[in-house]
Write a protein that binds this ligand. Structure first.
Ligand SMILES: [Zn+2]
Length: 479
């Protein structure tokens, strides 16, 4: 499934948009709409999500289709989008053509050959943000004279139309709704797992994992049978919709540790193949569903100068582990002076019981709160935590189900890449791009780990909350 979707991504809308370059938008519009619709139908079929889609109301279906078409930058799946690309493709193609003609006929003016072209540019300018680069060019001839490549022009215009769809969705669903929060939370790099390929073990995803997460991004139902019903934890039906958002906050969620472990496993899988760094504990081969060895706080005291707060002086709460027995999720060692760096992972709900308004306004609210919570908890056991955290010795790595990672997690990925590829002569410049490639590889792996975790959480919830009716094995047996 992952390979098929990758192929559709590389060929479907991309091929159409390429072929439509330089062709007037009104000629292509009907065809573009048709391609978008058919791609949507095709992908729902590949994923086995058609029935779940058909179960929804008209407005929810329109939302799903919009998320399907939107660019990944704007929180979409970027699998369609032919309509949004039309005007940009037209202008970009024309500008490239005009420039090659001007090389031979230096008096050539595009406005003479294509009198209608300027109207399309003006249309796009009207729809663009005021600070978009296209706004610098007043008419089509100025655009040809300018320095922007056809490809860049195409990109600018597409962005403008993606923005319009994005804002339209927020208007439809309001400033405080789960669908708005999901859209905001999925923007930009949050959906790194979309780039995950089936070739590498750390980014390979099972069919059920693909289905669950594509459904999550389009806000389709997560169960084979609706409608909304009361959760076994007592949550009312309207607080437990079939889209599955309740699964991540349900007090009966049994998958929390497993979900955090997925993040750790994905990261360590990449780490162990990198030069100059070694993961803590046993090596592992050909598996992604495993739990890496966990170093204790004691280990950090011995190897990294963590000052543990004396457990005798400070009474330990009943049931809590004594400081030196507590554990991090993983660690790695650099070969420069054998320095250890420790990581604690946390998987949080993008939308929890109290943050809906904020989650709709800003991306990453939940993950920053997650890191902060960890920090406060660790401070009770390690007296020099602030200093160790600052030096990158102790790291917190929160992620949410939309795929967003905390600032601390992002810093950790960059630090790993710098440790693996320090660069010659102490240079900070990433001359050969190895570091940025490494960060990107880590980010996609982490994204795939988040998707595996989502599937576990939602699969367990679906079994718990919807025990009657046909169970799609492929969706639930992947734990
Ligand atoms: Zn529940």
């Amino acid at each position: 499934m992952q390979a098929i979707l990758g192929t559709i991504r590389a060929t479907g809308a991309a091929s159409f948009t390429w072929a439509a370059r330089g062709v007037a938008p009104d000629i292509m519009e009907k065809a573009a709409r048709r391609v978008d619709e058919e791609l949507f139908r095709l992908v729902l079929g590949v994923l086995g999500l058609r029935e779940r889609h058909d179960r929804l109301g008209e407005q929810e279906r329109a939302y799903a289709e919009a998320r399907f078409n939107l660019s990944a930058r704007k929180g979409g799946l970027a699998l369609g989008g032919c309509v949004a690309a039309l005007r940009g493709g037209y202008l970009g193609g024309l500008v490239d053509l005009a420039r090659s003609l001007r090389a031979f006929y230096n008096t050539f003016l595009l406005s003479n050959l294509m009198p209608g072209a300027d109207a399309v540019l003006q249309e796009v300018r009207q729809d663009c943000d005021k600070d978009a680069k296209l706004m610098d060019y007043e008419d089509i001839d100025a655009l040809v004279e300018g320095r922007r490549t056809g490809k860049a022009i195409q990109h600018d215009a597409s962005c403008a139309y993606n923005d319009i769809v994005f804002k339209g969705l927020i208007e439809t669903w309001g400033p405080e709704s789960n669908r708005t929060a999901c859209l905001i939370g999925s923007q930009g790099k949050a959906s790194a797992a979309l780039r995950a390929g089936a070739r590498l073990i750390e980014t390979r995803l099972q069919d059920g994992e693909m289905r669950t997460n594509y459904a999550l991004m389009m806000c389709l139902p997560q169960t084979e049978h609706g409608p909304d019903r009361q959760c076994t934890c007592g949550a009312a039906a309207d607080a437990n919709p079939q889209e599955g958002w309740h699964a991540f906050v349900c007090i009966q969620d049994s998958q929390r540790q497993a979900a955090a472990t997925d993040s750790a496993a994905a990261l360590v899988a990449v780490l162990q193949g990198l030069p100059r760094v070694t993961p803590f504990g046993r090596p592992f081969v050909n598996r992604i569903n495993y739990r890496p060895d966990e170093p204790t706080f004691e280990h950090a005291a011995q190897h990294a100068g963590a000052a543990l707060i004396d457990e005798d002086a400070q009474p330990v709460a009943e049931g809590a582990a004594a400081p030196h027995k507590r554990r991090f999720d993983t660690a790695y060692r650099t070969n420069v002076g054998a320095v250890f760096k420790y990581v604690d992972f946390k998987k949080v709900a993008t939308i929890n019981n109290g943050n809906l308004k904020e989650a709709c306004r800003q991306q990453g609210v939940a993950v920053e709160a997650g890191d902060k919570g960890k920090f406060n908890s660790y401070r009770k056991s390690i007296s020099n935590l602030d200093e160790l955290h600052k030096r990158g010795v102790i790291n917190f790595a929160s992620s949410d189900y939309c795929g967003m990672i905390s600032e601390g997690y992002d810093k950790l990925l960059k630090m790993i890449a710098t440790d693996a590829y320090p660069g010659d002569f102490g240079s900070n410049v990433d001359v050969d791009g190895l570091r940025s490639m490494c960060v990107s590889r880590l980010r996609v792996a982490v994204g795939a780990g988040i998707w595996r975790a989502n599937h576990k959480t939602l699969g367990a919830w679906a079994k718990r909350a919807y025990p009657v009716g046909p169970v799609n094995d492929n969706n639930n047996n992947n734990n």
